[in-house]
Design a protein. Structure first.
Length: 232
């Protein structure tokens, strides 16, 4: 199994390991209430972001890409930039039932965004095998609302609101614009693809003639491109 991995895949796995460890640190905070666990969890998400950028660079530098690499990248990103930020926010105190609904929505959007990327990656690839544009907001951008939330946690104020007996922490709303922007951009890009002439729908395709004169199409594979591939 290990012999089937490229060097870039090892960086992708490191990304996922950082995300899983960040979740563990969040659980430790719930056990002993030591705030250092929350700060360490956020630091691990930043480390995951570095690995996410590096795996794309290494894949292009070594010209080593694979379908498994693309799948690994999306799975790691779901952990590090989808599940882990939601877990950190919950552990930090953003945990009313309405907070949880918003965090679950954030995670679900990340999951669906990455699944869509995997399905459409080949059709959006350019001549060099690199995806020329992405549908939606990249999932690693979740480090921005998470960073603001950690700052609010450090300041000791998550801005709780009590409306008609319902508790909502205002900082959780930071996770909504990223996902809403994702939904709107997805719709715009989907319409743009439908408006393209049929011959331009798959710019990465090239035709070649094989024995017997049969004309077949081949599509270049691509792995995720760091930041741009992530709720990629």
């Amino acid at each position: 199994m290990i012999r089937g991995f490229y060097l870039a895949d090892l960086f992708t796995i490191a990304n996922g390991v950082c995300g899983a460890t960040a979740i563990f640190q969040s659980m430790k905070f719930l056990g002993n209430h030591d705030p250092r666990h929350v700060f360490l969890a956020f630091a691990l998400i930043l480390a995951a972001l570095v690995f996410d950028v590096l795996d794309g660079w290494i894949a292009r530098w070594r010209h080593a890409a694979s379908a498994m690499g693309r799948e690994l990248d999306s799975l790691a990103d779901v952990i590090s930039f989808g599940v882990a930020p939601a877990a950190i926010a919950f552990a930090a105190g953003v945990n009313s039932w309405l907070d949880q609904v918003i965090l679950l929505y954030f995670t679900a959007c990340g999951l669906s965004r990455l699944a869509r990327f995997n399905v459409t990656a080949e059709s959006l690839s350019g001549k060099k095998g690199k995806v020329e544009y992405f549908e939606g907001t990249p999932i690693p951008t979740s480090v921005i609302p998470l960073g603001i939330l950690v700052l609010a946690f450090y300041a000791g104020n998550l801005f709780p609101l009590h409306i008609l007996g319902i508790t909502l922490h205002a900082v959780v709303l930071l996770f909504l614009p990223v996902r809403l922007a994702h939904d709107q951009q997805d719709a715009e890009n989907s319409q743009a693809v439908r408006r393209k002439p049929p011959g331009n729908l798959f710019p990465a395709q090239r035709s070649t003639r094989l024995d017997g004169g049969e004309n077949r199409r081949f599509r270049s594979e691509t792995r995720c491109d760091g930041l741009a591939c992530g709720l990629r």
